[in-house]
Design a protein around this ligand. Sequence first.
Ligand code: BGC
Length: 795
Amino acid sequence: MPRLNTKVKILPLTIAVALSVIATACHNDDDSTTLTGDAYYAQQAETIMASMTTEEKLHMLSGPGLPTQSTFSPINERVNTGAVAVGYINGVLNDTLDIPAAHLDDGPAGIKIVSDSYNATAWPIGSLLASTWDKDLMEEVGEAFGNEVKEFGVDFILAPGMNIQRNPLAGRNFEYFSEDPLLSGYMAASMVDGLESQEVGATIKHFFGNETETNRLYLDTVATPRALREIYLRGFQIAVEDAQPWAIMSPYNKVNGTYVNQRKDVLTDILRNEWGYDGMVMSDWGAGVDVDDEGVAAAKMIEAGNDSIQPGDSYDELLASYQAGDLSDDAINTGVLHILTQLQKTSAYNDYEASYTIDNDAHAVLERQAAADGMVLLKNSDSTLPLASGANVASFGVGQLATYKGGLGSGSVYSAYTVTVAEGLASDYTLDSDLSSFYEEYYDSVKVAHTDSWYQFAYYSYTEAAPSSNSTLAGLVTTAAENDDMAIITLNRINGEGADRTATAGDYLLSEDEQDLITTVATAFHAQGKKVAVVLNVAGVVDTSAWSDQVDAILLAYMGGQETGNAVADILSGAVNPSGKLAQTFPASYSDVPSASTFPGVDTDGDGDNDEIYYNEDIYVGYRYYNTFNKAVSYPFGYGLSYTSFNYYNAAITSNTLSKGVKGKLDLQVTIENSGSVAGREVAQVYVSAPTVKLAKPSIELKSFGKTGSLASGESETLDFSIPARDLASFDESDNEWIIEPGTYKVYISPSSDVSGNTAITFTISDEIVIGETTAGAIALPDGVAASDFVTVSQ
Ligand code: BGC
């Protein structure tokens, strides 16, 4: 029994479930004994709360502040006191209760341990994990990751991040999954299931409209309710409804004029009443700091349904609001009950003592596999790759040594090591030693160390060596082209929390030196009839259109965690056949991005900071825009090459139960055959083109996806897809409802979002189907702004 008191008896989950099974077997009709999971804990929470004073409740609603604050002192931290934490939920210690404080820690690519004694695994970044399109793998990664969370004494991991990659320059895109809400939602749900299988809480974040880092504490995201619901809330809805995460983090930003953490329509009406969320809402760290709200923000947050204020230190403010009558007992009790319901599942509450031991080796194997499975082969002319192990390789670019495992900020991880691209290549190939020595010396002479702080691991930045300005390198290029079998150029980019990127040389565009390196190396190697491959070790989308035709192969390696270099070598050598596909479009030019003209916002009051960002492209985000308005792109959403080829056949709808009243679902099937000569895996995507009746629609939208197992040459596998009515519906703002409009729908089961050349299967809906009523007036545009004021995207 976890609690010392004898009056309030709280059972751990396993016992509760066991009891409920016995109770069910005995046909006991008493509801209270048959409750399981959150319903059971919610009932227990009522009992626990009855023994708490208002002051204790307020302490539970507000964390104790940052561990670095002098006043910091979590109430009743008595389990896993050595655990790392970036925040706490205060516990309670009184005559009746002994509830220990719970530990909260970052982040999406692994647990953030800062210690000389042990290290956590640095998993691949979110964008790479999403590019696997593999829900089972996500769950497996979640399980291993969750085991680390548990064994390092943390109760809630502040992950996964799942905002929409609206614009390629957004500084935290690397933490997020995709430009598409359906892919984001299902990948997040799988990650949550994996994490929570280990009895630790996942915290999906940042809910919602948090797609920009510039002035992130105060920025107001202005968008139509339809865009907000179909694009920006949709992924969260899927994750909440399908995985019920223990926690969800509200963001810093406002949406349509009000901080999301103060929006009752979002945190209570939509999240709880529409989606049936049972978990806990916590704020982002230090949110609610607007001068306009000073002294009252915390109460407004609790009243809106933001249960936990993080990292907190808001007790005095909450007490003052309570005494002034601005914070109700109802709101306090609601928040406390939500928190207590989740707390009962934590390691802290159940006196689970962390071992501070993880299976580093097994996790590294899984990490390497996940990294390789999500890398995307963008170009491979004349089967440049794979390059057989043992070949002589000329490895260019400082990125081979300054290899980045992940991005900066709360999403960074202190792993024991990072395998660089140079190290990975060296284990499969004979590297040109003169060239390698040149790069080692050069890197040593130019690298600039960025030291450790809470938010960033130590990393180095550098300037790239350009052959035309460096005669040693120029000479080495010539010799390497004569002697080696192939050139591999590694380019990289790092960025992180708190700042957006820019569409300039050295960031979105190649720097002059990088371009010079590509041109010089490609010219020399092509003159010798030899190939050039580029490896992109980047945090986000970069331009490829200016240089892709100069090289023979391009591997988007993203940031593959601590095993990045090994995973790159696995793909280049063919030890792993690439099966990753893009979870975001690579546009032909930044100016083609539908949000290019509005990102990163505008300064409306002339104080020097951007305060509003208009989502003018509405629902036309990413491929929804490029496909609908026939914009050519460099590489479409969903695209990725393999060393083998696949045939799709027998695509069919196997069952359609969509109908008025029933709602139902659509089941489909396709058989995929490996028509090439090596084993490989294929990601198949289901896109739907819906008829326009009342609502305009993007030309296609992703509605399901699946991935085959490894298919040997000539082998086939049939993939089944099931699309619930929810995922087919569009939001009709005028009637506050989700609807499936009548008419003929075209379905494409396709290797990418380029569905041209793909034969559509059709189905017909005879009458409009209402999928769900929503809260009238929720997340409405601010006063004075009308949907017609938006500059809408066009060709
Ligand atoms: C970030 C969150 C993070 C939190 C705690 C905030 O600044 O936005 O993503 O979980 O800090 O480190």
